[in-house]
Design a protein around this ligand. Sequence first.
Ligand code: 4AD
Ligand code: MG
Length: 477
Amino acid sequence: MNRSSIKELLQSDKFLHEVHVKGWVRTFRSNRFIALNDGSTINNIQCVVDFENTDEALLKRITTGAAVSINGTLIESQGKGQTVEIKVTNLEILGDSNPDEYPIQPRKHGFEFLRRNAHLRVRTNTFSAVMRLRSALSFAVHQYFQQNGFYYVNTPIITGSDAEGAGEMFKVTNFEANKAPLNEEGEIDYTKDFFGKETNLTVSGQLEAETYAMALGKVYTFGPTFRAENSNTTRHLAEFWMIEPEVAFNDLDANMDLSEDFIKYVLQYVLDNCQDDLAFLDNRLAQEEKTKPQAERSEMGLIEKLRFVVDNNFKRVSYTEAIEILRNSKPNKKKKFQFPVNEWGVDLQSEHERYLVEKHFKCPVILFDYPANIKAFYMRLNEDGKTVRAMDVLFPGIGEMVGGSQREERLDVLKEKMAELNIPEEELWWYLDTRKFGTAVHSGFGLGFERLVLFTTGMSNIRDVIPFPRTPQNAEF
Ligand code: 4AD
Ligand code: MG
């Protein structure tokens, strides 16, 4: 007999049919009611066992976490809380789960405990909902770009260039520690290494994506990205997934439009297609909010927040305007910021970004035209000679979701900038070629996928929205 998914059965009204399901026991109560889950939906199906006619030894093996195969009749439910249930005619244990050892008990576990059991945490309601949403979001990402004429490009994971110049790269080498050959100057001789040069894991696929945009027009990447920044925060991972569209002939305004349209599309997609999981997470967040002091509670529920973002324009503000707002803000005057805002030119800290989106504008904000010297070398210099066509999209509760820019397409200006920052032209000769042959205005951005999942699920730690997080001192699993 064909196996049905629990999701299908819960939507079915073909009663009195024989059905076949497999899944894992979530709970078993009164020696009679199994709550069975197979991952197809957050909802369990109730399977009712005729315990009087079932072997005692078999009943004992129906424990939380056990894998079972069930045949039975689909009936309209007698009890409340569900519309259908299965009257079990045959039950087989596929895999036992010793209740004294199984860590995931049918009660609330702390997230820290679940992180230590990341291989099992997806068997909980919260994590299964988060991971189904993550999957739906990544599908929506591809759907958006594919429907809008973008091509998917796979940029290299091992690279020889530093796109961001922030010095946060993981080295890739085949040398054994302490046995690396040295050159005459006593430095490690990378010409003898696997690639014949120094290589690292990519911090961004942008530079390579730019070369593709200059031929395919509109491209995007969606792949793993690595940063060795030693920041143990709830917003940073050492290994994360980034989405980077790059579009020929787009200026910064078009780039801002693209980022806003894209984010709204993927959020609308999950609102339309992931209602059960969102409803569960909305409720979870509401419970969590209740444990916080009144002043710190969010004014909106999760679904309400997603709708709000979809329905409202992002506020676009220049860096210069933002600095004025921050300088005159209450927390700045009362010296509540850890980093006071006194003068034009300072880099914005996450406390400032959060003040702008959460307290001042109360909506997503796109900041643009940042000082050139706090941004990467490839951003287009404005006429004023001191700001660049950069943009960051800031989100409530998250801070920076997107970083992007219009690119410097003028060969002479780009070369000057690289010289200023001591970036050798030989290293990026291929990048400079795009400015030599058929250069054109172009723009793009990078969106940190986990930050998007964080916002969409209402979770509060980035370690809880990727299956196996990589953070300082942690690469288990
Ligand atoms: O602002 P970033 O550094 O921009 C770039 O890498 C550009 N090359 C993108 C481009 O224009 N194509 O990073 C982009 C986004 C950030 O806004 C943030 O959402 C995310 O990547 N991000 C991280 N996410 C998780 N953990 C980290 N350590 C992250 N670092 C950046
Ligand atoms: Mg950034």
